[in-house]
Design a protein around this ligand. Structure first.
Ligand code: PRT
Ligand code: ZN
Length: 295
């Protein structure tokens, strides 16, 4: 087989992760032309293509070497790893979106005094490997009922006594009269790759892609604050900056006693925070989005 020169990344075709995946890759300087059947995205400019698939298939595609990297929830990666035993895959970067938890939930009115309360019960889940591992670690013997979907209705149907499913806001549990009682795994989307990265053009591409991903995720949500003030006010202004960044204070040319302050703030900077900074003596406040960073 001829060695592939272009990097191939597996991403979810349509689902909760898709939009954030494309947004991240675009911020990393990648642009794509989508194939007619919508399954392949050809990279324009950089030698990086995408394969659009169901998220469940992503670890397997990397494991088989069909794709070099993938973007997938840690829940899917870990379920795959728990299923095949020792795995040659690993998370290269947490990406900060798709946050959720794989949790145990029971009928609202049922008692719970810790994992031991699950002994002898039937627990419905789409994550049988992760659930079995967790039960083993808790030394609890319970029956695992594997369902492909609609896990949350199993207790009402009488096919299970409890569930182990992904939870984000908790609204689905609430609507099904269930309550969350334990967490099996905290999850978010991750950039996943093989344990040993290729040492060729694709390895080089992975290296710069990781640097760009870091440059994007490091400053996500950050804002650059610029303002002017009398030098006397600087201490009060700095005290009012959220997240205590260490700002740069610059002398303004031809205006003694006047300074410009610039600070990288990790948070969004709401109106109330800006108004407090203004009351501390700041004038001409500018809040700028930060797109990317290179260390
Ligand atoms: O078709 P394909 O197989 O690709 O998609 P899918 O339906 O399997 O996955 P999708 O798009 O629903 O989710 C993709 C990934 O998003 C998951 O693997 C998680 O890593 C992540 N994620 C984040 C979530 C949720 N939040 C989430 N809330 N995945 C699913 N849910 C579901 C959950 O299963 C439950 O039914 O949403 C419901 C709970 O949400 P709340 O807000 O009511 O608690
Ligand atoms: Zn899926």
């Amino acid at each position: 087989m001829m060695a592939r020169e272009r990097l191939r990344i597996a991403v979810q075709k349509s689902g909760r992760l898709s939009e954030s995946c494309f947004d991240l890759l675009e911020r990393c300087g990648l642009r794509f032309r989508r194939s007619r059947d919508g399954l392949f995205c050809y990279g324009e400019g950089e030698p990086v293509d995408l394969l659009l698939v169901r998220d469940d298939d992503i670890p397997g595609l990397i494991g088989q070497g069909v794709c070099d990297l993938g973007i997938v929830g840690r829940n899917v990666l870990e379920e795959y790893a728990a299923g095949v035993g020792a795995t040659a895959l690993r998370s290269l970067r947490d990406l900060g979106f798709g946050r959720c938890r794989l949790a145990i939930a029971i009928p609202r009115e049922a008692d719970y005094g810790g994992p031991g309360s699950l002994a002898g019960l039937r627990i419905a889940t789409s994550y049988p490997n992760l659930l079995r591992d967790w039960l083993r670690r808790q030394s609890v013997a319970a029956a695992v009922v594997t369902l492909a979907g609609s896990v949350e209705i199993a207790p009402r149907l009488g096919t299970a006594d409890a569930i182990c499913d992904l939870v984000q806001s908790g609204a689905t549990l609430l609507a099904n009269q269930l309550r969350e009682v334990d967490c099996v795994l905290d999850s978010e989307a991750a950039l996943v790759g093989p344990v040993s990265l290729p040492v060729d053009e694709r390895g080089d591409a992975i290296e710069w892609l990781l640097r760009r991903v870091d440059g994007v995720t490091r400053v996500r949500g950050s804002r650059l604050l610029l303002l002017q003030a009398a030098r006397d006010c600087v201490d009060a202004i700095i005290a009012a900056l959220p997240g205590a960044p260490s700002p740069t204070v610059l002398q303004m040319d031809g205006r003694p006693g006047e300074v410009m302050v610039q600070a990288l703030c990790a948070d969004e900077l709401g109106w109330r925070q800006l108004e407090a900074i203004q009351r501390a003596g700041a004038r001409e406040l500018f809040v700028l989005p930060v797109e990317r960073a290179l260390a």
